[in-house]
Design a protein around this ligand. Structure first.
Ligand SMILES: [Fe+2]
Ligand SMILES: [Fe+2]
Length: 159
């Protein structure tokens, strides 16, 4: 997991996390913080095992740790955060020793993480699903105001 920890220790990565925190300090809905990234990483890895999708653990974790890294940019100037995330993740992946092929796979999944219809068996599908499954709607105080439909909300524990 050395490459995952390279991301974690990267100063720019830490700065982006702080920027997300800054913009979400009064947010009543789900936050885009380290807890969320880890929940997505762990559920994503479980899904890859359950579905027998051959993708390295440190690639699933990279996608999860980076997928919402552009959220602050969306708050700041309206750039969709999946697009902002792709731009910010490029350099971080390179500096963390992911190969070009691996970087492209992770960037594609980040860019697709809000799209429902991803190709089955891909990292994009894993990331989309684990992102949604990670949210603890069953204990959320803003459940009533949230725009997620009841079908989308996790009203029971699945993972
Ligand atoms: Fe997102
Ligand atoms: Fe997310």
């Amino acid at each position: 997991m050395d490459r995952v920890n390279n991301i974690l220790q990267n100063d720019k990565y830490k700065e982006y996390i702080k920027m997300n925190e800054f913009y979400e300090k009064d947010r009543i809905f789900c936050h885009h913080d380290m807890q969320h990234f880890l929940d997505v990483a762990r559920i994503g890895y479980i899904l890859s095992l359950e579905k027998n999708i051959k993708v390295k653990k440190d690639i699933v974790y990279a996608a999860a740790l980076l997928h919402d890294i552009g959220r602050w940019k969306e708050y700041e100037d309206g750039t969709p955060h999946e697009a902002a995330g792709v731009e910010l993740a490029k350099g971080l992946l390179e500096e963390s020793n992911y190969t070009e092929e691996e970087r492209n796979m992770v960037l594609k999944a980040i860019g697709n993480h809000r799209k429902k219809d991803n190709v089955p068996g891909t990292l994009s599908e894993i990331l989309y699903k684990s992102d949604k499954l990670s949210r603890g709607c069953f204990q959320c105080e803003a459940k009533k105001q949230c725009n997620w439909s009841d079908e989308k909300k996790n009203l029971n524990i699945q993972y």
